[in-house]
Design a protein around this ligand. Structure first.
Ligand SMILES: Nc1ncnc2c1ncn2[C@@H]1O[C@H](COP(=O)(O)OP(=O)(O)O)[C@@H](O)[C@H]1O
Ligand SMILES: [Mg+2]
Length: 603
């Protein structure tokens, strides 16, 4: 479990400004067109109010200078009051708009990412650790929405304000304006220098942080192992080293920021001084009024406020871009297994893929398969299964049994050859249509937090309570459910952890029974059930399997004795096949497996 591997690699990349990426993000924001328009309007009002104060002050001083006796006091008081109200109102509206956009957009991005996760093929998850995906959905989305709301908003406000000040300054007195602008290149260079350093240390902080998370994970997952091997001391020492490193990077990062901000403030003062020098000189020559000069000192100060804010966001911007890239790469990734264009077109035009939804004969024709990341697992595999047949797959671990049923379920598609359903290549069928006919029971049954009834009903959302109970009876789950205090209304806990593994398995059987799938696939579904429970489900299992075509992978050979055909799989090939009795007679692989298990059971 390397907690770092996947986080810092992405983060350490030097990212250039990626316009396409930001366009996509802005598109998310533009979903909320009204709010966005209001927002831009508010940004202008805010800039105008900000700008109004120095202008009004300048005017006031000029008026006092010119003719103090006839000063229009009510006008100035009224204007100042108006500006104050408009400033507070626009700040308030600004914050409300930004908050609204932030919540909405982050919700949308999360929703899209989640939907995409449901849509992606298994192969996507093969190459990405769950931790990576979790980080995309949580911290990346979080960071993105914060940046979108405050970073982008600050940017809009800042640029509006700075542009309007620049324009006003140039119009009123371009010489003083130039004096103030002359500080900008210095600010730019200083920012560039510090931002690089701050960016580097903050990356190091995060890198170390993710390594600490990784060590935490290992500590939690491997706590038993560490205890057995008395590794606690060493683990603790490693951890101390990491946290020490983290501390140092954090301090360095804080120091850099601590120097940078005052520097920017100082530069703001330098700009004011420059305005003072040039303006003062002009005043001495009698070219400008004192009021104008004071106005410019205000301007200079106002001009550098957004510069500080924006430069503070600059480091974040790059990280946000890295986050955005990852989240969008998730949202925009195309599933490997999807309807072919021809099928998609047919579904769009005819409303169906043009084939009956029933599943009859199944044929593997010369199927080969390799996972993206590995060697060929299955080579030229052929098999024909008649409707209603129960096929059992047995054999050593790693032989390719799960891979075969994954191919059958079209979680992956063959890299060579075809899988045909009623003589039609299954890639010529609707993926959703086909998979909705499948019933799959896995070794690790997955329950969702909710009640037992809700979990069973997952198989058919429209099922009545009576149907749910009937399915549970059929699956042999009713016995244990009915003795629970709350019966079917018992909450199963997160991931079903309030139930035993066997009970979870029974609930998932019931769910499958309720769904009435045409093709049933069980991958080691009974391996976690104790012998007693197994006896209990044996009959219902027989009943479940009887009515439909089934593929069963089982460790426990007792589960599959009744299968129509047993295939012994090794290295992606069928090495033996026949019924239980036939295979016992041949005294081959199956016989050996059976004998070994019988001996183990005896002990
Ligand atoms: N998602 C995967 N990505 C890459 N290789 C895999 C994946 N799943 C299984 N394999 C490999 O395919 C081979 C067959 O595995 P599997 O079908 O799970 O066998 P079985 O179910 O018979 O134990 C093994 O060598 C295994 O390492
Ligand atoms: Mg398997």
């Amino acid at each position: 479990m390397s907690g770092d591997g996947w986080i810092d690699e992405d983060d350490l990349k030097e990212t250039k400004l990626d316009l396409r990426l930001w366009k996509t993000l802005i598109r998310y924001t533009l979903h909320y067109r009204r709010t966005s328009i209001v927002f831009v309007f508010v940004a202008f009002t805010l800039a105008a109010s900000d700008l109004g104060f120095p202008l009004l002050t300048g005017l006031l001083i000029q008026d006092i200078e010119a003719d103090p006796k006839n000063l229009n006091f009510p006008f100035y008081i009224g204007m100042f009051a108006f500006l104050s109200v408009s400033l507070s109102a626009s700040i308030c509206a600004f914050v409300v708009c930004a908050g609204k956009i932030r919540t909405s957009v982050s919700h949308d991005i999360r929703r899209d990412a989640f939907q995409q996760l449901q849509r992606l093929s298994f192969s996507y998850f093969d190459t990405r650790p769950t931790g990576w995906l979790m980080a995309r959905l949580t911290s990346d989305c979080q960071r993105l929405s914060v940046i979108l709301a405050w970073g982008v908003m600050d940017f809009i406000w800042g640029t509006t304000l700075m542009t309007s000040i620049s324009v006003v300054m140039v119009i009123i007195n371009w010489k003083i304006a130039l004096a103030i602008f002359s500080v900008i290149p210095i600010l730019f260079l200083v920012s560039l220098h510090f931002k690089k350093k701050i960016l580097r240390t903050s990356r190091l902080v995060r890198k170390t942080n993710s390594r600490i998370t990784g060590v935490y994970n290992e500590g939690i997952m491997g706590v038993q192992t560490s205890k057995i091997f008395v590794r606690e001391e060493e683990n603790l020492r490693d951890f101390d080293l990491l946290t020490e490193e983290m501390f140092q990077y954090s301090v360095r990062n804080a120091m850099l920021s601590a120097v940078y901000l005052p520097l920017v403030l100082t530069l703001g003062s330098v700009a004011i001084a420059a305005a003072l020098v040039v303006g003062g000189h002009q005043a001495i020559l009698g070219n400008i009024a004192i009021g104008e000069m004071i106005m410019f000192m205000y301007f200079a100060q106002l001009f550098f406020t957004p510069a500080q804010e924006i430069s503070a966001w600059f480091a974040e911007l790059q990280m946000a871009q890295a986050s955005a890239e990852r989240v969008l790469s998730l949202i925009e990734s195309v599933p490997d297994v999807k309807n072919t264009e021809a099928v998609a077109r047919r579904i769009e035009q005819l409303g169906s893929d043009g084939h009956p939804t029933s599943i009859g004969k199944i044929e593997f024709r010369d199927v080969s398969f390799a996972y993206q990341t590995g060697p060929q697992i299955i080579r030229n595999f052929s098999l024909t299964v008649e409707p209603g047949e129960t096929i059992a797959l047995v054999g050593a671990t790693g032989g390719g049994k799960s891979t075969m049923v994954n191919l059958l379920c079209r979680f992956y598609e063959p890299t060579g050859g075809q899988i045909l359903i009623d003589d039609v290549d299954y890639t010529d069928r609707s993926l959703e249509g086909f998979q909705s006919q499948l019933g799959i029971v896995l070794q690790q049954p997955h329950l969702f937090s909710g009640t037992i009834a809700e979990n069973i009903r997952y198989g058919k959302l429209s099922a009545s309570d009576a149907e749910v109970e009937e399915a549970a009876r059929f699956a042999g789950a009713h016995e244990f459910i009915s003795v629970l205090e709350d019966g079917y209304q018992t909450p199963v806990g997160e991931g079903g952890n309030q139930l035993s593994l066997g009970q979870k398995q029974l609930v998932s059987f019931a769910r499958t029974v309720l769904k009435r799938p045409q093709l049933l696939v069980m991958d080691e579904a009974t391996s976690s059930i104790d012998t007693e429970t197994e006896q209990l489900i044996q009959n219902s299992l027989k009943r479940i399997l009887k009515e439909r075509t089934s593929f069963v992978i089982a460790h426990r050979l007792s589960t599959i004795q009744a299968a129509d055909r047993i295939l012994v799989i090794n290295n992606g090939e069928i090495v033996e096949q026949g019924s239980h009795q036939e295979l016992l007679k041949t005294r081959g692989h199956y016989f050996e497996l059976y004998k070994a298990q019988a001996i183990r059971d005896l002990n």
